[in-house]
Design a protein around this ligand. Structure first.
Ligand SMILES: C[S@@+](CC[C@H](N)C(=O)[O-])C[C@H]1O[C@@H](n2cnc3c(N)ncnc32)[C@H](O)[C@@H]1O
Ligand code: SF4
Length: 406
Protein backbone atom coordinates (compact mmCIF):
# COMPACT_ATOMS: atom_id res chain seq x y z
CA UNK A 1 0.00 0.00 0.00
CA UNK A 2 1.93 3.08 -1.15
CA UNK A 3 1.59 6.16 1.06
CA UNK A 4 0.36 8.58 -1.58
CA UNK A 5 -3.10 8.10 -2.97
CA UNK A 6 -3.61 9.07 -6.61
CA UNK A 7 -5.72 12.08 -7.52
CA UNK A 8 -8.97 10.93 -9.01
CA UNK A 9 -12.63 11.78 -9.02
CA UNK A 10 -14.55 11.43 -5.73
CA UNK A 11 -15.98 7.94 -5.28
CA UNK A 12 -19.79 7.67 -4.96
CA UNK A 13 -21.08 7.64 -1.35
CA UNK A 14 -22.64 4.20 -1.74
CA UNK A 15 -19.60 2.73 -3.57
CA UNK A 16 -21.76 1.90 -6.63
CA UNK A 17 -19.92 0.70 -9.73
CA UNK A 18 -20.85 1.58 -13.33
CA UNK A 19 -23.11 -1.03 -14.93
CA UNK A 20 -20.48 -1.65 -17.65
CA UNK A 21 -17.98 -2.83 -15.00
CA UNK A 22 -20.50 -5.12 -13.31
CA UNK A 23 -21.27 -6.77 -16.64
CA UNK A 24 -17.61 -7.76 -16.98
CA UNK A 25 -17.46 -9.24 -13.47
CA UNK A 26 -16.48 -12.92 -13.56
CA UNK A 27 -14.71 -12.65 -16.93
CA UNK A 28 -11.35 -12.47 -15.14
CA UNK A 29 -10.14 -14.17 -11.93
CA UNK A 30 -11.39 -12.34 -8.82
CA UNK A 31 -9.43 -11.88 -5.58
CA UNK A 32 -9.84 -10.15 -2.22
CA UNK A 33 -7.08 -8.21 -0.45
CA UNK A 34 -7.52 -7.45 3.25
CA UNK A 35 -5.29 -4.68 4.61
CA UNK A 36 -4.48 -4.91 8.31
CA UNK A 37 -3.06 -1.48 9.20
CA UNK A 38 -1.29 -2.21 12.50
CA UNK A 39 2.33 -2.78 13.52
CA UNK A 40 4.06 -3.04 16.88
CA UNK A 41 6.79 -0.63 15.77
CA UNK A 42 7.28 1.28 12.53
CA UNK A 43 10.35 0.05 10.63
CA UNK A 44 12.44 3.01 9.48
CA UNK A 45 12.29 2.09 5.79
CA UNK A 46 8.57 1.38 5.51
CA UNK A 47 5.95 3.78 4.14
CA UNK A 48 3.04 1.37 4.10
CA UNK A 49 -0.28 2.55 5.52
CA UNK A 50 0.21 1.15 9.00
CA UNK A 51 -0.11 2.47 12.58
CA UNK A 52 1.34 1.67 15.97
CA UNK A 53 -0.74 2.07 19.13
CA UNK A 54 1.06 5.40 19.73
CA UNK A 55 0.30 6.58 16.16
CA UNK A 56 -3.40 5.86 16.68
CA UNK A 57 -3.59 7.65 20.03
CA UNK A 58 -7.18 8.40 21.00
CA UNK A 59 -8.33 7.52 17.44
CA UNK A 60 -7.71 3.90 18.48
CA UNK A 61 -10.78 4.27 20.70
CA UNK A 62 -13.08 4.60 17.66
CA UNK A 63 -14.89 1.26 17.23
CA UNK A 64 -13.29 -0.55 14.29
CA UNK A 65 -10.08 1.50 14.35
CA UNK A 66 -8.02 -0.64 16.74
CA UNK A 67 -6.55 -4.14 16.50
CA UNK A 68 -9.22 -5.41 18.91
CA UNK A 69 -12.19 -4.09 16.94
CA UNK A 70 -10.93 -3.98 13.33
CA UNK A 71 -12.26 -7.37 12.19
CA UNK A 72 -15.87 -6.17 12.62
CA UNK A 73 -15.26 -3.20 10.30
CA UNK A 74 -13.62 -5.44 7.68
CA UNK A 75 -16.57 -7.86 7.85
CA UNK A 76 -18.96 -4.92 7.35
CA UNK A 77 -17.02 -3.82 4.24
CA UNK A 78 -17.44 -7.32 2.84
CA UNK A 79 -21.21 -7.02 3.22
CA UNK A 80 -20.94 -3.73 1.29
CA UNK A 81 -18.86 -5.51 -1.38
CA UNK A 82 -21.64 -8.07 -1.81
CA UNK A 83 -24.25 -5.29 -2.21
CA UNK A 84 -22.12 -3.34 -4.70
CA UNK A 85 -21.18 -6.38 -6.78
CA UNK A 86 -24.78 -7.57 -6.68
CA UNK A 87 -24.01 -11.28 -6.56
CA UNK A 88 -21.48 -13.79 -5.25
CA UNK A 89 -18.26 -13.90 -7.31
CA UNK A 90 -16.04 -16.97 -6.84
CA UNK A 91 -12.97 -15.70 -4.98
CA UNK A 92 -9.88 -17.43 -6.40
CA UNK A 93 -7.35 -15.79 -4.09
CA UNK A 94 -7.32 -13.98 -0.76
CA UNK A 95 -4.34 -12.05 0.61
CA UNK A 96 -4.10 -10.56 4.10
CA UNK A 97 -1.32 -7.97 4.06
CA UNK A 98 -0.25 -5.07 6.12
CA UNK A 99 0.89 -3.84 8.35
CA UNK A 100 1.12 -6.97 10.36
CA UNK A 101 -1.98 -9.15 9.88
CA UNK A 102 -0.85 -11.54 12.59
CA UNK A 103 -1.33 -8.81 15.22
CA UNK A 104 -5.00 -9.78 14.85
CA UNK A 105 -5.95 -13.01 16.59
CA UNK A 106 -6.36 -16.13 14.41
CA UNK A 107 -10.05 -16.04 15.40
CA UNK A 108 -10.43 -12.50 13.97
CA UNK A 109 -8.50 -13.36 10.79
CA UNK A 110 -10.64 -16.51 10.47
CA UNK A 111 -13.83 -14.45 10.95
CA UNK A 112 -12.87 -12.11 8.10
CA UNK A 113 -12.05 -15.09 5.87
CA UNK A 114 -15.39 -16.71 6.78
CA UNK A 115 -17.15 -13.45 5.82
CA UNK A 116 -15.40 -13.47 2.42
CA UNK A 117 -16.76 -16.98 1.90
CA UNK A 118 -20.24 -16.11 3.18
CA UNK A 119 -20.60 -12.88 1.17
CA UNK A 120 -18.78 -13.68 -2.07
CA UNK A 121 -17.95 -17.40 -1.98
CA UNK A 122 -14.46 -18.92 -1.97
CA UNK A 123 -13.72 -20.85 -5.19
CA UNK A 124 -12.71 -24.51 -4.74
CA UNK A 125 -8.93 -24.66 -4.19
CA UNK A 126 -8.74 -20.93 -3.41
CA UNK A 127 -5.28 -19.65 -2.38
CA UNK A 128 -5.50 -17.91 1.01
CA UNK A 129 -2.31 -16.11 2.11
CA UNK A 130 -1.37 -14.11 5.13
CA UNK A 131 1.78 -12.12 5.67
CA UNK A 132 3.34 -12.67 9.09
CA UNK A 133 6.25 -11.18 10.99
CA UNK A 134 8.43 -13.91 12.47
CA UNK A 135 8.13 -12.33 15.92
CA UNK A 136 4.34 -11.97 15.90
CA UNK A 137 3.24 -15.61 15.44
CA UNK A 138 3.23 -18.60 17.74
CA UNK A 139 3.01 -22.29 16.87
CA UNK A 140 -0.59 -22.35 18.12
CA UNK A 141 -1.49 -19.31 15.92
CA UNK A 142 -0.22 -21.14 12.83
CA UNK A 143 -2.27 -24.25 13.64
CA UNK A 144 -5.36 -22.08 14.17
CA UNK A 145 -4.79 -20.14 10.92
CA UNK A 146 -4.42 -23.36 8.94
CA UNK A 147 -7.62 -24.70 10.53
CA UNK A 148 -9.40 -21.45 9.63
CA UNK A 149 -8.59 -22.09 5.94
CA UNK A 150 -5.32 -20.25 5.30
CA UNK A 151 -3.21 -22.18 2.77
CA UNK A 152 -0.15 -20.00 2.29
CA UNK A 153 2.04 -17.91 4.58
CA UNK A 154 4.62 -15.27 3.77
CA UNK A 155 7.14 -14.41 6.47
CA UNK A 156 8.96 -11.07 6.51
CA UNK A 157 12.50 -12.38 7.00
CA UNK A 158 14.34 -9.50 5.24
CA UNK A 159 17.86 -10.60 6.32
CA UNK A 160 19.59 -13.11 8.56
CA UNK A 161 22.34 -10.69 9.58
CA UNK A 162 21.98 -8.85 12.89
CA UNK A 163 23.55 -5.52 11.85
CA UNK A 164 21.41 -5.41 8.69
CA UNK A 165 18.22 -6.15 10.64
CA UNK A 166 19.22 -3.40 13.07
CA UNK A 167 19.49 -0.77 10.28
CA UNK A 168 16.04 -1.91 9.09
CA UNK A 169 14.70 -1.62 12.68
CA UNK A 170 13.55 -5.25 12.50
CA UNK A 171 12.97 -6.64 15.92
CA UNK A 172 13.06 -10.40 15.30
CA UNK A 173 15.90 -12.75 16.17
CA UNK A 174 17.05 -14.33 12.86
CA UNK A 175 17.08 -17.76 14.55
CA UNK A 176 13.30 -17.43 14.82
CA UNK A 177 12.81 -17.74 11.02
CA UNK A 178 13.66 -21.47 10.62
CA UNK A 179 11.54 -22.09 13.69
CA UNK A 180 8.40 -20.37 12.34
CA UNK A 181 8.87 -22.02 8.94
CA UNK A 182 9.03 -25.45 10.63
CA UNK A 183 5.86 -24.62 12.59
CA UNK A 184 4.09 -23.57 9.37
CA UNK A 185 5.08 -26.84 7.70
CA UNK A 186 3.94 -28.88 10.70
CA UNK A 187 0.63 -26.97 10.70
CA UNK A 188 0.11 -28.11 7.09
CA UNK A 189 0.46 -24.88 5.05
CA UNK A 190 0.67 -25.72 1.32
CA UNK A 191 3.08 -22.89 0.56
CA UNK A 192 5.63 -21.06 2.68
CA UNK A 193 7.24 -17.91 1.33
CA UNK A 194 10.03 -15.69 2.64
CA UNK A 195 10.48 -11.96 1.92
CA UNK A 196 14.03 -10.66 1.69
CA UNK A 197 15.44 -7.16 1.22
CA UNK A 198 18.86 -6.46 -0.30
CA UNK A 199 20.92 -3.28 -0.52
CA UNK A 200 20.49 -2.10 3.07
CA UNK A 201 23.24 0.42 3.97
CA UNK A 202 26.16 -1.48 5.49
CA UNK A 203 25.17 -4.84 3.94
CA UNK A 204 28.16 -6.48 2.22
CA UNK A 205 27.85 -8.99 -0.61
CA UNK A 206 28.88 -11.67 1.92
CA UNK A 207 26.05 -10.54 4.25
CA UNK A 208 23.55 -10.86 1.40
CA UNK A 209 24.95 -14.28 0.51
CA UNK A 210 24.51 -15.35 4.14
CA UNK A 211 20.87 -14.19 4.08
CA UNK A 212 20.20 -16.09 0.86
CA UNK A 213 21.82 -19.23 2.29
CA UNK A 214 19.83 -18.90 5.53
CA UNK A 215 16.59 -18.46 3.57
CA UNK A 216 17.33 -21.46 1.35
CA UNK A 217 18.20 -23.60 4.39
CA UNK A 218 14.52 -23.17 5.40
CA UNK A 219 13.52 -24.79 2.07
CA UNK A 220 10.84 -22.21 1.20
CA UNK A 221 8.44 -22.80 -1.71
CA UNK A 222 8.70 -19.17 -2.71
CA UNK A 223 11.02 -16.19 -2.17
CA UNK A 224 10.41 -12.49 -2.83
CA UNK A 225 13.61 -10.43 -2.90
CA UNK A 226 13.20 -6.66 -3.11
CA UNK A 227 15.91 -4.04 -3.39
CA UNK A 228 15.61 -1.56 -0.53
CA UNK A 229 13.68 1.50 -1.68
CA UNK A 230 14.44 4.67 0.27
CA UNK A 231 10.90 6.06 0.44
CA UNK A 232 10.39 9.81 0.92
CA UNK A 233 9.18 10.76 4.38
CA UNK A 234 10.60 7.69 6.15
CA UNK A 235 13.10 7.70 9.01
CA UNK A 236 15.52 5.92 6.67
CA UNK A 237 15.27 8.73 4.09
CA UNK A 238 16.00 11.28 6.83
CA UNK A 239 19.07 9.33 7.94
CA UNK A 240 20.33 9.14 4.33
CA UNK A 241 19.70 12.87 3.83
CA UNK A 242 21.66 13.70 7.00
CA UNK A 243 24.56 11.62 5.66
CA UNK A 244 24.34 9.07 8.49
CA UNK A 245 23.72 6.25 6.01
CA UNK A 246 24.71 5.94 2.34
CA UNK A 247 22.11 5.70 -0.43
CA UNK A 248 21.92 2.14 -1.89
CA UNK A 249 24.31 1.94 -4.84
CA UNK A 250 23.03 0.76 -8.26
CA UNK A 251 26.07 -1.42 -9.04
CA UNK A 252 25.89 -3.07 -5.62
CA UNK A 253 22.15 -3.71 -6.13
CA UNK A 254 22.86 -5.26 -9.55
CA UNK A 255 25.51 -7.58 -8.06
CA UNK A 256 23.09 -8.61 -5.31
CA UNK A 257 20.25 -9.26 -7.74
CA UNK A 258 22.56 -11.43 -9.88
CA UNK A 259 23.69 -13.37 -6.79
CA UNK A 260 20.08 -13.87 -5.67
CA UNK A 261 19.07 -15.18 -9.08
CA UNK A 262 22.07 -17.54 -9.19
CA UNK A 263 21.52 -18.95 -5.68
CA UNK A 264 17.74 -19.19 -5.88
CA UNK A 265 17.82 -20.78 -9.33
CA UNK A 266 20.59 -23.16 -8.17
CA UNK A 267 18.31 -24.26 -5.31
CA UNK A 268 15.45 -25.03 -7.71
CA UNK A 269 13.47 -21.80 -7.37
CA UNK A 270 12.79 -20.28 -10.78
CA UNK A 271 11.96 -16.61 -11.37
CA UNK A 272 8.41 -15.92 -12.51
CA UNK A 273 8.38 -12.17 -11.87
CA UNK A 274 11.41 -9.88 -11.63
CA UNK A 275 11.45 -9.97 -7.80
CA UNK A 276 9.80 -13.37 -7.22
CA UNK A 277 11.00 -16.96 -7.43
CA UNK A 278 8.99 -20.17 -6.91
CA UNK A 279 9.71 -23.90 -6.58
CA UNK A 280 7.26 -24.72 -9.39
CA UNK A 281 4.19 -23.32 -11.08
CA UNK A 282 1.93 -24.36 -8.18
CA UNK A 283 4.09 -22.33 -5.77
CA UNK A 284 3.68 -19.04 -7.66
CA UNK A 285 1.62 -16.49 -5.76
CA UNK A 286 -1.68 -16.58 -7.63
CA UNK A 287 -2.88 -13.45 -5.85
CA UNK A 288 0.03 -11.31 -7.02
CA UNK A 289 -0.31 -12.78 -10.52
CA UNK A 290 -3.90 -11.58 -10.46
CA UNK A 291 -2.63 -7.99 -9.91
CA UNK A 292 0.07 -8.32 -12.52
CA UNK A 293 -2.31 -9.60 -15.20
CA UNK A 294 -4.99 -6.93 -14.76
CA UNK A 295 -7.59 -9.17 -13.13
CA UNK A 296 -10.24 -7.94 -10.66
CA UNK A 297 -10.03 -7.62 -6.89
CA UNK A 298 -11.72 -5.96 -3.95
CA UNK A 299 -9.37 -4.37 -1.41
CA UNK A 300 -10.81 -4.26 2.13
CA UNK A 301 -9.50 -1.86 4.77
CA UNK A 302 -7.97 1.61 5.21
CA UNK A 303 -6.09 2.79 2.11
CA UNK A 304 -6.81 -0.47 0.24
CA UNK A 305 -7.09 -0.27 -3.56
CA UNK A 306 -9.60 -2.20 -5.65
CA UNK A 307 -10.03 -2.83 -9.37
CA UNK A 308 -12.99 -4.13 -11.32
CA UNK A 309 -13.00 -3.99 -15.12
CA UNK A 310 -11.05 -0.75 -15.51
CA UNK A 311 -12.58 0.99 -12.48
CA UNK A 312 -9.96 1.54 -9.79
CA UNK A 313 -10.85 2.97 -6.39
CA UNK A 314 -9.13 3.47 -3.05
CA UNK A 315 -10.34 3.72 0.51
CA UNK A 316 -9.74 6.51 3.03
CA UNK A 317 -6.35 5.98 4.65
CA UNK A 318 -6.81 6.46 8.37
CA UNK A 319 -8.30 3.57 10.39
CA UNK A 320 -10.57 5.96 12.35
CA UNK A 321 -11.93 7.64 9.17
CA UNK A 322 -12.44 4.18 7.68
CA UNK A 323 -14.23 2.84 10.76
CA UNK A 324 -16.47 5.91 11.00
CA UNK A 325 -17.59 5.56 7.39
CA UNK A 326 -18.26 1.85 7.80
CA UNK A 327 -20.21 2.45 11.04
CA UNK A 328 -22.35 5.06 9.24
CA UNK A 329 -23.17 2.52 6.51
CA UNK A 330 -21.21 4.54 3.92
CA UNK A 331 -18.66 3.25 1.45
CA UNK A 332 -15.07 3.80 2.68
CA UNK A 333 -14.04 4.54 -0.94
CA UNK A 334 -12.41 7.97 -1.17
CA UNK A 335 -11.53 8.38 -4.82
CA UNK A 336 -11.67 6.49 -8.06
CA UNK A 337 -10.39 6.45 -11.63
CA UNK A 338 -12.04 5.10 -14.73
CA UNK A 339 -9.17 3.70 -16.78
CA UNK A 340 -9.45 4.12 -20.52
CA UNK A 341 -8.31 1.45 -22.97
CA UNK A 342 -4.93 3.12 -23.62
CA UNK A 343 -4.13 3.43 -19.87
CA UNK A 344 -5.02 -0.24 -19.37
CA UNK A 345 -2.78 -1.20 -22.30
CA UNK A 346 0.19 0.77 -20.92
CA UNK A 347 -0.31 -0.86 -17.50
CA UNK A 348 -0.22 -4.28 -19.19
CA UNK A 349 3.16 -3.39 -20.73
CA UNK A 350 4.52 -2.20 -17.36
CA UNK A 351 3.40 -5.29 -15.44
CA UNK A 352 3.48 -8.18 -17.91
CA UNK A 353 6.97 -7.41 -19.16
CA UNK A 354 8.17 -8.20 -15.63
CA UNK A 355 6.74 -11.73 -15.85
CA UNK A 356 8.63 -14.87 -16.96
CA UNK A 357 5.78 -15.47 -19.45
CA UNK A 358 6.59 -12.09 -20.92
CA UNK A 359 4.43 -9.62 -22.79
CA UNK A 360 2.44 -10.60 -25.90
CA UNK A 361 4.01 -8.55 -28.71
CA UNK A 362 0.48 -7.83 -29.94
CA UNK A 363 -0.05 -5.56 -26.90
CA UNK A 364 2.63 -3.16 -28.20
CA UNK A 365 1.76 -0.37 -30.64
CA UNK A 366 3.52 -0.29 -34.00
CA UNK A 367 6.00 2.37 -32.79
CA UNK A 368 6.74 0.41 -29.62
CA UNK A 369 7.28 -2.79 -31.61
CA UNK A 370 9.83 -0.92 -33.73
CA UNK A 371 11.93 -0.43 -30.54
CA UNK A 372 12.06 -4.18 -29.82
CA UNK A 373 15.03 -5.17 -32.08
CA UNK A 374 17.23 -2.62 -30.30
CA UNK A 375 16.35 -4.09 -26.87
CA UNK A 376 17.09 -7.58 -28.22
CA UNK A 377 20.41 -6.47 -29.72
CA UNK A 378 21.45 -4.91 -26.39
CA UNK A 379 20.78 -8.24 -24.67
CA UNK A 380 17.94 -6.85 -22.56
CA UNK A 381 15.04 -8.84 -23.99
CA UNK A 382 14.38 -11.85 -26.22
CA UNK A 383 11.47 -12.71 -28.48
CA UNK A 384 10.06 -16.12 -27.49
CA UNK A 385 7.31 -17.08 -29.95
CA UNK A 386 4.87 -14.17 -29.93
CA UNK A 387 6.10 -12.77 -26.60
CA UNK A 388 8.80 -10.41 -25.41
CA UNK A 389 10.69 -11.77 -22.38
CA UNK A 390 13.35 -9.97 -20.32
CA UNK A 391 16.85 -11.49 -20.15
CA UNK A 392 18.67 -11.53 -16.81
CA UNK A 393 20.35 -8.23 -17.72
CA UNK A 394 16.95 -6.90 -18.75
CA UNK A 395 15.47 -7.89 -15.39
CA UNK A 396 18.11 -5.73 -13.69
CA UNK A 397 17.09 -2.82 -15.87
CA UNK A 398 13.38 -3.62 -16.20
CA UNK A 399 12.17 -0.06 -15.64
CA UNK A 400 14.64 1.24 -18.22
CA UNK A 401 13.49 -1.34 -20.79
CA UNK A 402 9.88 -0.27 -20.30
CA UNK A 403 10.87 3.42 -20.66
CA UNK A 404 12.65 2.66 -23.95
CA UNK A 405 9.59 0.88 -25.30
CA UNK A 406 6.86 3.31 -24.23
C1 LIG B 1 4.79 -4.07 4.12
S1 LIG B 1 5.49 -5.58 4.49
C2 LIG B 1 4.18 -6.41 5.29
C3 LIG B 1 4.60 -7.68 6.01
C4 LIG B 1 5.23 -7.55 7.35
N1 LIG B 1 4.75 -6.46 8.09
C5 LIG B 1 6.71 -7.43 7.23
O1 LIG B 1 7.24 -6.34 7.29
O2 LIG B 1 7.32 -8.45 7.07
C6 LIG B 1 5.66 -6.49 2.98
C7 LIG B 1 7.06 -6.54 2.46
O3 LIG B 1 7.34 -5.34 1.78
C8 LIG B 1 8.74 -5.19 1.72
N2 LIG B 1 9.05 -3.76 1.88
C9 LIG B 1 8.43 -2.85 2.65
N3 LIG B 1 9.00 -1.63 2.51
C10 LIG B 1 10.03 -1.78 1.65
C11 LIG B 1 11.03 -0.88 1.11
N4 LIG B 1 11.08 0.41 1.46
N5 LIG B 1 11.93 -1.39 0.24
C12 LIG B 1 11.88 -2.68 -0.12
N6 LIG B 1 10.98 -3.57 0.35
C13 LIG B 1 10.07 -3.12 1.22
C14 LIG B 1 9.33 -6.06 2.82
O4 LIG B 1 10.11 -7.07 2.27
C15 LIG B 1 8.12 -6.66 3.50
O5 LIG B 1 8.33 -7.99 3.88
S1 SF4 C 1 6.53 -4.62 10.19
FE1 SF4 C 1 6.22 -4.58 7.93
S2 SF4 C 1 4.46 -3.24 7.58
FE2 SF4 C 1 5.13 -2.92 9.71
S3 SF4 C 1 6.43 -1.13 9.61
FE3 SF4 C 1 7.75 -2.96 9.42
S4 SF4 C 1 7.91 -3.33 7.19
FE4 SF4 C 1 6.22 -1.91 7.51
Amino acid sequence: MPSALPEGEPAPEDGALPEAALVELGQRPFGVYVHVPFCTVRCGYCDFNTYTVADLGTAGGVAGASRMTYAGAAVAELALARRVLGRPVPVETVFFGGGTPTLLSPADLGAVLAAIDAELGLAPGAEVTTEANPDSVTEADLVALREAGFTRISFGMQSSVDHVLAVLDRTHDPARVPEVVAWARAAGFDQVSLDLIYGTPGESLADWEASLEAALACRPDHVSAYSLIVEDGTALARRVRRGELPMPDDDDLADKYALADERLTGAGLGWYEVSNWARDEAARCRHNLLYWTGADWWGVGPGAHSHVAGVRWWNVRHPAAYAERIAAGRSPAHGRELLDAETRRVERVLLELRLREGLPLAVLSETERAAVPDQVERGLAAVEGDRLVLTERGRLLADGVVRQLL
